[in-house]
Design a protein around this ligand. Structure first.
Ligand code: XIL
Length: 361
């Protein structure tokens, strides 16, 4: 009897069957990056704590690219004018270099996470366009130059298109002070600082037709002006309700038709519908990760990765936004304290069943 059990175990091990799960697990030593080695690098957004201990090990097992989640944004990295705080970004860069994985830089110009000094002079008055562009130039040259040998791609401008479909560019401080020129300048200076770096325009809801068309118009315009743009960064903060396969394929084909590379830069699939504005948790708001939601999420993940594989010739990176459900930005945004489960690893850092929907085809 014992003998039979042992041989069954050996056979089960060799063929990777696991009766507790419908999915075969042929080789658990393989990570996401290995399953996708003939497709594209698979990345993850990290902070300076994720790169140590068990999380650091998990990153190296599963991923071959990292994006600093916050460490390279303007306020964290240049909190005071010309005073740079490099420590966190440097530690992520050192981790990636040591382990020979890629680094995406995120980001050079955005309307959020800006330091208080950026748009005003010493008297608190709004600065002139010239002054603001000089600040942008100095920031872009300093940051890009420091990470020239490490960062292969930058999100140069982040989220410049308005949410309102009747408007074009977002009415940010950047736009109010500089008009459209800040976008052109950011790309031109990033390119001058590192001619080898791939440069991306990065935004959310890009798959939604009303936003997609305006992002397309922006990029087409930049290319017509010979602004050095490599591609579109599609953030991919999606949910169990969107996008559809058709919407996703249409967007990829449309951006590829401009000759642009496509990167999915911030993938997560929320169990809640997308919302923009921060709000309090409602008293009876339910954040249970039900079987029905798990099934919907699995179907969505399966679909989007099958589309990514189908269009691999246009896609040169897919990055998840955070490592595991233990700690995701969606636990705080847009509803503080509402638990979310958007990733492939659970709160104990283990592969979720949905992981197998992404790697088996
Ligand atoms: C988020 C981070 O994940 C949070 O930690 C931070 O508090 C706010 O920013 N789009 C982007 C990312 O381009 O930079 C944002 O990251 C998520 C939305």
């Amino acid at each position: 009897m014992k003998k039979i059990f042992i041989s069954f175990s050996i056979v089960a091990f060799l063929f990777g069957c696991n009766s507790a799960n419908n999915h075969p697990k042929p080789n658990t030593n393989k990570g996401l990056k290995d399953y996708y080695k003939n497709y594209f690098p698979i990345g993850v957004a990290v902070n300076e704590h994720n790169i140590t201990g068990v999380q650091g090990k998990l990153i190296l097992k599963e991923f071959n690219s990292v994006t600093p989640e916050n460490a390279m944004k303007w306020a964290p990295i240049e909190p005071f004018q010309n005073v740079y705080f490099w420590k966190n970004a440097d530690s992520i860069v050192a981790f990636a270099k040591r382990n020979h994985i890629r680094i995406r830089g995120h980001n050079l110009c955005w309307h959020q996470q800006t330091p208080p000094w950026l748009f005003v002079n010493k008297n608190g008055k709004t600065v002139s366009k010239d002054t603001l562009l000089q600040r942008l130039k100095s920031h872009v040259f300093t940051v890009v130059n420091r990470y020239k040998d490490a960062v292969y791609a930058w999100d140069v401008v982040n989220e410049a298109i308005d949410d309102d479909s009747t408007k074009f560019l977002r009415n940010s401080k950047w736009y109010q002070i500089c008009g459209e020129d800040f976008i052109d300048s950011a790309f031109v200076w990033a390119h001058e600082a590192d001619p080898k770096a791939q440069l991306f325009y990065n935004d959310y809801n890009v798959i939604r037709p009303q936003k997609r068309e305006r992002v397309y118009k922006l990029l087409k315009g930049l290319l017509a002006k010979k602004i050095p743009v490599t591609g579109i960064g599609i953030q991919a903060h999606w949910s169990v309700y969107e996008p559809t396969q058709d919407e996703l394929e249409t967007a990829i084909k449309e951006f590829a038709s401009l000759g642009l590379k496509v990167q999915f830069t911030e993938v997560d699939i929320s169990i809640f519908p997308w919302e923009k504005n921060q709000r309090a948790k409602k008293p009876n708001e339910n954040d249970t990760y039900t079987d029905a939601l798990k099934a919907k999420q699995a179907a969505e993940y399966k679909m989007v990765f099958s589309v990514f594989r189908k269009y691999k010739k246009y896609i040169n990176s897919v990055t998840f936004w955070n490592l595991s459900d233990k700690d995701t930005w969606l636990d705080h945004y847009p509803v503080e304290g509402r638990k979310n489960y958007p990733l492939l690893f659970d709160t104990a850092l283990q592969r979720k069943p949905v992981y197998w929907d992404v790697v088996k085809w």
